[in-house]
Design a binder for this molecule. Structure first.
Ligand SMILES: [Zn+2]
Length: 90
């Protein structure tokens, strides 16, 4: 990352800090976010803080993607084996 980009990035974090949620809050809410998304609702409009956090936080994004993949799989009527779970997590 270039230095000026890094500073912009830091400033963005600083300036939006008041509205930002923590990883713990994101973790608590991400399943609701996935439910909204899968039910066809506009999850980004309803939970903008989650979307914002997911865009900035690779760890939570991964959590979100894993959860979403799991829920999609369930919706398709699939039964998860331990091997499937391990594939999703790793
Ligand atoms: Zn996070």
């Amino acid at each position: 990352m270039k230095k000026d980009r890094f500073e912009t990035w830091l400033q963005n974090i600083y300036h939006t800090q008041d509205e930002e949620i923590s990883c713990t809050e994101c973790f608590d809410l991400v399943s609701s976010f996935v439910e909204l998304e899968l039910s066809g609702e506009d999850s980004t409009a309803k939970m903008p803080q989650i979307k914002q956090h997911l865009d900035q936080c690779p760890a939570c994004r991964e959590e979100y993607e894993t959860l979403r993949d799991l829920r999609r799989f369930e919706d398709e009527g699939g039964a998860l084996s331990l091997d499937d779970l391990q594939d999703l997590i790793h």
